[in-house]
Design a protein around this ligand. Structure first.
Ligand code: GLU
Length: 321
């Protein structure tokens, strides 16, 4: 029997959800539900100080308002609880230790300023490719440095190409050494990195389909490498286009006028907003009020555009709907 599809919402509650987050959540929901699958809600609050108190609750309230229900996770709990990354550090620690025992990790004492000063190549997403400064420290050198600084922990990435077929963008491959560089698994303040947490959580929570913004396409090969090292079966990955402002800049939580706080005031209810997103996703010929359920028969990945989608001010005028 084919495995049941399990999709997920994996928001970071660093602020209110914005239109782009909702676009992605809607597509994840439609894809899973269309296949008779379920959705898990995981709150990605690893970096607790960046997540204001009450924001996870607001996020759930926004998803309820939109009619994007989830089957397990968040405050509903479920068999893989806790669904808050901030409460799963002991789990990440166990997998980090496994990688450490395999000799895949090393302590890194570089700080941000030193990395920038090293003039290491910048990657297309603006990150600096780690130049490997601490890769070959002897245990004695590392111990001496540890006296004055807490190290981060990095994963040694090999000079190997990892590829996969994205469910929306097709084949995609990266050379790990040249295009990712040794990634951080644990920061110097002890917080586990997204790259490790997301792999461990998706695997342990039985996620079979990851739908997320295409800004994370380039993180997928390194995550697949972690799946391989940890002996997990990877899910399928489907990346979706980003929503951008008129000048091409991707929407972020700083765009307060496009967060759900203001959109819930601007739109009379969830249906006009879902109608706008369905139009942007190619599911409707023009924006018109619709519920998430009503979109199920209209949903197909072939209709969803691949290039990023510009949100003009006119589109956000609900009186046009
Ligand atoms: N937590 C991430 C975000 O809100 C998403 C991570 C993922 O989907 O893998 O952007």
């Amino acid at each position: 029997m084919a495995q049941a599809v399990c999709g997920r919402f994996a928001p970071t509650p660093s602020g209110r959800m914005h239109l782009g987050n909702v676009f992605c959540a809607l597509l994840a929901w439609l894809s899973a539900k269309k296949q008779g699958g379920s959705i898990t809600l995981r709150i990605e609050d690893l970096d607790k100080p960046r997540c204001p108190k009450g924001s996870a609750e607001l996020l759930e309230d926004d998803l309820h308002w939109l009619g994007l229900d989830w089957d397990t996770g968040g405050s509903n709990g479920g068999k893989d609880a806790p669904y808050y990354q901030s409460r799963r550090f002991n789990i990440y620690e166990a997998y980090f230790t496994q990688l450490q025992k395999q000799g895949r990790t090393y302590p890194c004492f570089c700080n941000r300023a030193e990395l920038h000063a090293a003039q290491a190549p910048h990657l297309s997403d603006g990150r600096v490719l780690y130049p490997g400064t601490c890769r070959n420290l002897t245990p004695e050198q590392a111990a001496a440095k540890a006296l004055s600084r807490n190290p981060a922990q990095r994963l040694r990435l090999p000079d190997a190409t990892v590829g996969f077929t994205d469910g929306h963008y097709g084949p995609y491959a990266q050379n790990l050494a040249a295009e990712c560089g040794d990634i951080i698994l644990r920061r110097s303040d002890g917080v586990y990195a997204y790259q490790l947490a997301v792999v461990v959580d998706d695997a342990l929570m039985g996620i079979t389909e990851v739908v997320r913004g295409c800004d994370l396409l380039s993180s997928t090969p390194q995550q697949l490498y972690l799946y391989q090292l940890l002996g997990f079966e990877p899910p399928s990955f489907i990346h979706v286009p980003l929503l951008t402002a008129a000048n091409g800049r991707r929407l972020s939580k700083r765009d307060r006028d496009l967060d759900l706080g203001s959109l819930r005031q601007r739109f009379t209810g969830p249906q006009p907003l879902l109608g706008l997103l369905a139009f942007l996703a190619g599911l409707l010929p023009a924006p018109e009020p619709v519920s998430a359920q009503e979109l199920l028969p209209l949903f197909s990945w072939d209709k969803v555009p691949r290039s990023n989608i510009i949100i003009s001010d006119e589109l956000l005028n609900p009186f046009q709907l």
